[in-house]
Each structure stands twice: as C-alpha cells, then as structure tokens.
Design a protein around this ligand. Structure first.
Ligand SMILES: Nc1nc2c(ncn2[C@@H]2O[C@H](COP(=O)(O)OP(=O)(O)OP(=O)(O)O)[C@@H](O)[C@H]2O)c(=O)[nH]1
Ligand SMILES: [Mg+2]
Length: 193
C-alpha cells in the first residue's frame, strides 16, 4: 500500500531527472589501432578487450555521469581510423559538443596525424571542447612521443591533454571530465550564440 502510494512521486522524480539531464555529444577520433574503442570501453564499462577489433564505420555508446551535481548523458561516437570509413565518420562530427583526439605514445606517426584529425573536425564543426589523449602510456619503455612535446602541442591548440591507458585506466576519467567541464564552462555559451 505504502509502495503504491509512492509510485507517482517516483515517476515524477524520474521525469524531473530526465528533464534536468543534459545531453553531450562526444566524438573520438584518431588513427586505426591507437585505442579509441578500448578507451571508451574502459571509461563506460571498466573493461579492456585484448583482441584486435577494428571498428567498422562508427559505433555508439552512451554513459551517464554527474559533474558538480549536474546529471549529464554522454553520447559517445567511436569512429574508425581506417581510411575506407572516413566519409562515414565525417557524418558524426556534425553537432559534436566535444571531441577526443587519440594517438598512441609508441607510434610517432599516429601523433603526427593528430593535425590531420583536427582539420577533419574543424571542416565540419567549430567551437567545441577538445581533448588530446596520448594512449598506451602503460607501454612507457616503447615510447616514441615525448610527453612534454605533446603537452606543448596541446597548449598551443587549446586542448586538454592527458596520457591515458585503456589497460590500467590511467588518465581516462580525468580526461573525459576535463573536456566536459570545458564544454560546460566555455563552449556551451559560444555554441548558443
Ligand atoms: N597496452 C595497451 N594496449 C592497448 C591500449 N589501448 C588499446 N590497446 C590495444 O590496442 C589494440 C587496438 O585497440 P582499439 O581500441 O581497437 O583501437 P582503435 O583506435 O579503436 O582502432 P580502429 O577501430 O581500427 O580505428 C587492441 O589490441 C587493444 O587491446 C592501452 O592503453 N595499452
Ligand atoms: Mg575502434
């Protein structure tokens, strides 16, 4: 009897929560094999699949987080780094609020390609919050991209920067949080103008 009485109240609260929930679209870009899918999996499910599983086209994942008391629904679009999927991936960039550009710290070429991904993004959207992820930082002995160098690049381009590992989880939560907070604080107003 008591539970039944509470039902309308619970529904009301759920509806209110839904209305208060803010939607944020995040796209993840970078060369094939840098670990985009793995980063997203680790962030959303705290798991890592060791086997190669190249993304075919694009994949979508949603997640909910609370930052400073605000409920946020994240719509995360995982694009394929492979050349043949580029035109499909481009469809995702539109209306993005934030982007995470990923390179592999053991692969210099994947870092050099960041500029390419940045241009790809800016051709289709501007005024978005961008994060740079130097992924696979657990493989420090095989490093070919120096952290200071990437940090300088990020500062020049106004990117949030963290080295991350989809294996250990290092840097992932803070990177996503930083990028989202930057969007909420700075870019949201610009996008509404
Ligand atoms: N050691 C280590 N391996 C990683 C890390 N992140 C991903 N990997 C491995 O790297 C390989 C490629 O990872 P994916 O997440 O499929 O890469 P992707 O960027 O999504 O590749 P595409 O879908 O082809 O664009 C997989 O074997 C992962 O297990 C990491 O942080 N550390
Ligand atoms: Mg992938």
């Amino acid at each position: 009897m008591c539970c039944e009485d509470n039902k309308p109240k619970i529904k009301e609260q759920q509806l209110q929560l839904k209305q208060e929930q803010k939607n944020i679209k995040i796209v993840v870009l970078g060369d094939s094999g840098v670990g985009k899918t793995s980063l997203i999996q680790k962030f959303c499910f705290d798991t890592l699949s060791e086997k190669e599983q190249t993304t075919l086209g694009v994949a979508y994942q949603s997640a909910q987080i609370v930052i400073k008391g605000q409920v946020l629904k994240l719509h995360i679009w995982d694009t394929a780094g492979g050349e043949r999927y580029r035109s499909l991936a481009q469809l995702c960039y539109r209306d993005a609020n934030a982007a995470i550009l990923v390179y592999n710290i053991t692969n210099q070429k994947s870092f050099e390609q960041i500029y390419y991904w940045e241009q790809e993004l800016f051709e289709r959207c501007t005024k978005l919050s961008i994060g740079l992820a130097g992924n696979k930082c657990d493989l420090n002995e095989e490093r070919s991209v120096q952290k200071d160098y990437a940090q300088k690049y990020a500062n020049q381009h106004d990117f949030s920067f963290y080295e991350t590992s989809a294996k250990t989880g290092e840097g992932i939560q803070i990177l996503f949080t930083d990028v989202i907070q930057k969007y909420l604080g700075q870019y949201q107003q610009k996008q509404q103008q």
